[in-house]
Structures are given as structure tokens and as C-alpha cells.
Design a protein around this ligand. Structure first.
Ligand code: CDP
Length: 221
């Protein structure tokens, strides 16, 4: 039986933590699409290529060989898993992710990666574009202040010096750009199940999603 699970949600809603746990629980291949946009942005920023220089951005993205090794993202042989989480990348990624041609390249790569595997993918356009036919779609939300608090603690734990207010501003700005861009804006897929995780623990959210997956498996076995 084929299963594909799509999880979309705004910045720092906890998608990757939850998708990772679900992937292990149900033996699904996890594809973190946000990390691919982050890697594209990081590599362009390293080369000092502005998001407005679309041709140069696409040239760089076409030259990237990206793959996941378990939970790590390897790009041209370099492990970028930690580097892409830096606040400088978070502050700029949405401008690059709004480029139509870049999205086309990465969506193709994501669909090729998914192939015929059982996958769980998280991002902003998974239920609406990348895995449009996925039978299980979730839309994970939480208040901006709760999301900022979680991201602040996560970065602090890694020893990255950040201010709570800067994180809050960054995620509000990113949500705005992501949902107002012309090319596949971030919106809830009509058939996605919305879960508001404010006040819920990671494991409570995992349990809710797992319940839907178990039911689906039961009904289709
Ligand atoms: O982890 P967090 O929620 O902060 O963000 P992410 O999932 O790593 O995504 C980083 C950025 O990539 C988003 O703010 C979007 O601009 C872009 N993105 C996108 O446009 N489409 C996706 N499928 C995934 C991410």
C-alpha cells in the first residue's frame, strides 16, 4: 500500500520535529523541503547572488546536488544541516523561495525524490502542489508568539545568540512573504486537516496525526 503524508504550516510551527518522529514511527521517508529552499538561499548568499538576479540564482540551484542521508541534508558533498538554520538564512530564504523558476526546479527534485516511496514531506506547498494527490494532508498552525518562543529556545540551545523579538519579527515577515507571493503561495489545501498546536506538546500532535495515519492504513489494508 502506498502512503504519502503532506504537512504544511507557517514558520516554526514544529513541522520538521513532528514529521521526523512520524517518519520513524511509520517507516516513511522524510523529505524536509524547507531545508532545500534554505540550502539554495545559503549557497546563493555565499556567492553574493541576490534573489533579484533570477538567472544567476537558477544557475547556482541547477548545479546543486542535494540528497538526504537520514536526517542530514548533503549538498555537493557538504553537510549543510546546521548551516541552513542560521538566522541569516531564515531572514532571506523567503525572498529566494518566491522565485517561480527556482520553485519549479526544487518541486521537480522533490517529486523525483518521493518517486514511488512512502513519504512524509513538510513545507508550504506540499498539499497544494508537490503532493497534491496525497491522501493524508495536515496543516499545522500555532500562534506567532508560541512559534517564536519555540524557535528562540531551539536556537539558544544551539548556542546561537538571538533576541526573542527579532525571531518574532522574522517569522511574521516570512509568513507574510510566503503567503503573498505569486508563485504557489502558502495556503491551506482544501482537503487538509488543520491542527492548532498552541498549548499542545509535540507528542500530543504526533498522537493526533498518528491516529489519522492508523485509520487510513486500517481502511486501506
Ligand atoms: O522550519 P521553518 O518553518 O522555519 O521553515 P522551513 O520549513 O525551513 O522553510 C524555510 C522557508 O522556505 C519558508 O519560509 C519558505 O519561504 C520556503 N519554503 C517554501 O517556499 N516552500 C516549501 N515547500 C518549503 C519552504
Amino acid at each position: 500500500m502506498n502512503i504519502s503524508v503532506a504537512i504544511d504550516g507557517p514558520a516554526a510551527a514544529g513541522k520538521s520535529t513532528i514529521a521526523n518522529i512520524i517518519a520513524h514511527k511509520f517507516n516513511l521517508m522524510y523529505i524536509n523541503t524547507g531545508s532545500m529552499y534554505r540550502a539554495a538561499a545559503l549557497l546563493c548568499m555565499r556567492e553574493r547572488v541576490c534573489y533579484k538576479d533570477v538567472d544567476k540564482v537558477c544557475e547556482i540551484v541547477k548545479s546543486l546536488k542535494m540528497h538526504f542521508e537520514k536526517d542530514r541534508l548533503i549538498v555537493n558533498g557538504e553537510d549543510l544541516t546546521e548551516g541552513i538554520k542560521h538566522p541569516d538564512v531564515s531572514n532571506n530564504v523567503s525572498n529566494y523561495a518566491a522565485i517561480f523558476k527556482l520553485r519549479k526546479l526544487l518541486v521537480k527534485l522533490q517529486q523525483d525524490m518521493a518517486g514511488n516511496f512512502n513519504v512524509i514531506m513538510d513545507g508550504r506547498d506540499i498539499g497544494t502542489v508537490v503532493l497534491k494527490n496525497a491522501p493524508l494532508k495536515f496543516f499545522l498552525t500555532a500562534s506567532a508568539s508560541e512559534r517564536a518562543k519555540r524557535r528562540y529556545l531551539e536556537l539558544k540551545k544551539k548556542g546561537i545568540d538571538v533576541e526573542y523579538n527579532e525571531i518574532l519579527d522574522e517569522i511574521i515577515k516570512r509568513d507574510y512573504i510566503d503567503s503573498h507571493r505569486e508563485s504557489s503561495p502558502f495556503i491551506k489545501a482544501e482537503d487538509a486537516i488543520e491542527i492548532n498546536s498552541s498549548g499542545l506538546s509535540i507528542y500530543q500532535v504526533v498522537e493526533i496525526i498518528s491516529g489519522y495515519i492508523r485509520n487510513y492504513i486500517k481502511e486501506h489494508n
